[in-house]
Write a protein that binds this ligand. Structure first.
Ligand SMILES: [Fe+2]
Length: 194
């Protein structure tokens, strides 16, 4: 289940909204130009490669690609199969986009499995969207945001959509704001405790 939490950017201690209701999440996010969809999910082999993932989601990928004129689609997979450098790689991958930044292209991700939280900082409001299997989220180009895949279980498979192979560079704002808000692991734990 997706979770949406909303705070004033200068008041991370007070949640203005917390919801796991997809229709409410879609409504909140659509006012920001953020696309949020839930797709049907398919069982995949544990060792499914990029082609197998894209074949399973062919119809949805094609629809979205046509609607949004994407020119590049790929699959990012972070999976712990016992490789020696897994935790080191996961840590580096997490830290890469944990600070506030923006891109020249939309950041569009469909979660085939695993989870991650996108945080958008738009007009003095921070929106955290914890995405899980079956969730698609788009962060519009130029929007300030950060992403946390968590430290405890940083495994996920995501289909990524691009308009431009070059647009994916992060332009970091230098703001420490991301440190003020609960992490992906903390949001997950807060749901378990509720
Ligand atoms: Fe990003």
């Amino acid at each position: 289940m997706t979770i949406l939490i909303k705070w004033a950017a200068d008041a991370p201690e007070t949640e203005l909204l917390r919801t796991e209701e997809p229709a409410e999440i879609r409504k909140e996010l659509s006012t920001l130009g953020v696309r949020y969809e839930q797709w049907p999910t398919y069982d995949l082999a544990p060792d499914a490669d990029q082609d197998a993932v894209l074949a399973a989601y062919r119809d949805e990928v094609q629809r979205l690609t046509e609607e949004e004129d994407f020119t590049l689609v790929d699959v990012m997979r972070l999976k712990n199969t016992g490789q020696e450098d897994f935790w080191e790689k996961a840590k580096a991958g997490r830290e890469k986009f944990l600070d506030e930044h923006r891109h020249d292209d939309d950041e569009v991700r469909f979660f085939v499995d695993g989870a991650g939280t996108f945080y958008l900082n738009i007009e003095d409001t921070v929106y955290a969207v914890l995405c899980e299997q079956g969730d698609l989220l788009s962060v519009p180009e130029g929007s300030t945001h950060w992403f946390d895949m968590g430290e405890k279980a940083p495994e996920f498979t995501a289909i990524r959509f691009f308009h431009d192979g070059e647009g994916w560079v992060g332009d970091f704002t230098g703001s420490p704001i991301s440190q003020n808000f609960p992490t992906h692991d903390q949001i997950l734990a807060s749901r378990a405790a509720a």
